[in-house]
Design a protein around this ligand. Structure first.
Ligand code: PLP
Ligand code: ZN
Length: 483
């Protein structure tokens, strides 16, 4: 007997929509930026209205039911299929365990320090240990669909990266295999050893460029203009769609009630904050949520073009200017000219039109507070990366500025796993930050392993005597009472 498919029947009618000139293009071709004006795209579902045939309540129930699905294609971010890329077939969808990341509330001690209750959403618990997997799952599913339709025999995927984009791209490409091949461009010496090991381990071709991310980005764009390659940077609007799942999951976790909730997101290339705002707006349009949360973008003072733009009170006087970045511990967000800035503007206006003034804001935090905050969070049971620390620093800053009240609840995006950025923790504990970072660690927090017994001392002892001597040393050190 053939099993009835649980895969959705609804199909959308999607088009690329240029935020620069407003022109529209079909999705049969992989378009990266607007061929007319070079602007960034959004993906627009012309049949989105049809989704209103279901009530908000019916959608909530459907998504809650799917959260228990055993259908591989619907297990991860695609349980929100209709809201993201409802042009894909079940066979196209790649699932590597992305999405469904936990939201972990801060303990009483930490909540007291912050002055309000809050939680981290651990997006480092995605397969390549960052939120980038959400967007890649969608972009690669679309690529798979294109390969199937066109019968292509070779597709070269390329991306520039501050580390995590390449880790995710290489992972998904290696899973799908032929005809996909992955090439990643990294700023030499500007990604962590863990992030470098990831694309290498996935078998991608790893190329390095002297400079920072913004330099890599220019090279990649030149490649895309002149050669046949599939670009996977966050200008790629399929990635934005996948990253919207973060917002859907936050809403679902909060039982679809976002009143009094504040969402903090680190801003680098600004793809993530675009997707988070876009996702909440979709839920609101369909009546799946009745109130938008407030969204706070957070940037380091070493890479803060979006903060600079919004720091001007009068919208008519705001001017966007790229900045030159200086070394930042929030290295994955160390970007001076964010490609998704036009998207942020687009959604910020819509957000404020519904949520009012204060529903979208950007905060600036110091390198010092980013590091202090990450260390403090992780010493209280979290697994935040430096960008997660940046969000926590942003929360404290918002509290300090009186932008958030005690009775609100904040959800901070821990965008990657702490382990990817453990080098910065090492610098903190060993007080060895290069001066450009301007970070003075709290030496009271320094933590280092202690060797209990020297190798040479071990060599001189019989095995039993060694065990005894080591145990005795430990007991003395810890002041243990004998039984
Ligand atoms: C990419 C990345 C960011 C920045 O996200 P954008 O979409 O570029 O703004 C933040 N944190 C981590 C861990 C990342 O990998
Ligand atoms: Zn255009």
């Amino acid at each position: 007997m053939k099993k009835a498919s649980v895969f959705p029947e609804y199909r959308g009618n999607m088009e690329y929509y240029c935020l620069g000139c407003g022109k529209r293009f079909g999705i049969d071709e992989l378009l990266y930026t607007c061929p007319e004006c070079g602007g960034v795209f959004m993906l627009d579902n012309l049949d989105f209205k049809k989704l209103s045939e279901r009530t908000g309540k019916e959608w909530r129930e459907l998504f809650d039911t799917r959260a228990a699905s055993k259908n591989t294609a619907l297990r991860g971010i695609f349980r929100f299929y209709e809201l993201m890329a409802p042009v894909l077939e079940e066979e196209d969808i790649v699932y590597l365990g992305e999405g469904n990341t936990p939201i972990i509330e801060a303990n009483d001690h930490l909540a007291e320090k912050a002055g309000l209750r809050f939680a981290f959403k651990n997006d480092g618990q995605n397969p390549s240990a960052s939120f980038k997997d959400r967007g890649m799952a969608c972009a690669f599913s679309y690529l798979k669909a294109l390969v199937r339709k066109h019968g292509w025999d070779e597709v070269l995927t390329v991306c520039a990266s501050t580390g995590d984009t390449s880790a995710a791209a290489a992972l998904y490409a290696s899973y799908i295999g032929s005809p996909l091949k992955s090439v990643v461009l990294l700023p030499h010496g500007k990604v962590t050893p863990q992030q470098l090991s990831q694309p290498l381990g996935s078998g991608a071709t790893v190329l390095e460029i002297p400079g920072v991310f913004d330099d890599c980005m220019k090279v990649v764009e030149n490649l895309a203009e002149n050669y046949r390659v599939a670009l996977l940077n966050s200008k790629n609007s399929w990635r934005i769609l996948g990253q919207e799942s973060y917002a859907f999951e936050v809403a679902q976790w909060c039982d679809w009630d976002l009143k009094g909730k504040c969402v903090f997101v680190p801003v680098g290339n600004a793809g993530n904050i675009t997707a988070v705002m876009g996702g909440f707006l979709k839920l609101h349009r369909l009546g799946i949520i009745s109130e938008l949360p407030r969204v706070f973008g957070v940037q380091s003072h070493h890479a803060d073009p979006v903060y600079q733009y919004y720091s001007v009170e009068d919208p008519a006087k705001r001017v966007y200017k790229p900045v030159t970045v200086t070394p930042s511990v929030a290295q994955a967000a160390m970007i001076g000219n964010p490609v998704s800035f036009p998207r942020v503007k687009h959604f910020a206006e819509q957000f404020e039109a519904i949520g009012g003034k204060g529903s979208f804001q950007v905060l600036q935090v110091t390198e010092q507070s980013i590091m202090d905050s990450m260390i403090e969070a992780n010493m209280n049971g979290h697994i935040a990366c430096t960008q997660g620390g940046e969000c926590y620093a942003g929360l404290k800053r918002a509290k300090e500025l009186g932008l958030i009240a005690e009775d609100e609840f904040a959800i901070l995006d821990a965008t990657a796993h702490a382990l990817k950025f453990s080098g910065f923790q090492d610098m903190y504990f060993s007080n060895s930050f290069p001066p450009q970072f301007g970070v003075q660690p709290d030496t009271a927090l320094a933590n280092a392993p202690e060797l209990v017994i020297e190798e040479s001392a071990k060599a001189e002892l019989a095995p039993e005597a060694f065990t005894e001597a080591a145990a005795k040393t430990i007991a003395d050190k810890l002041g243990l009472q004998s039984k």
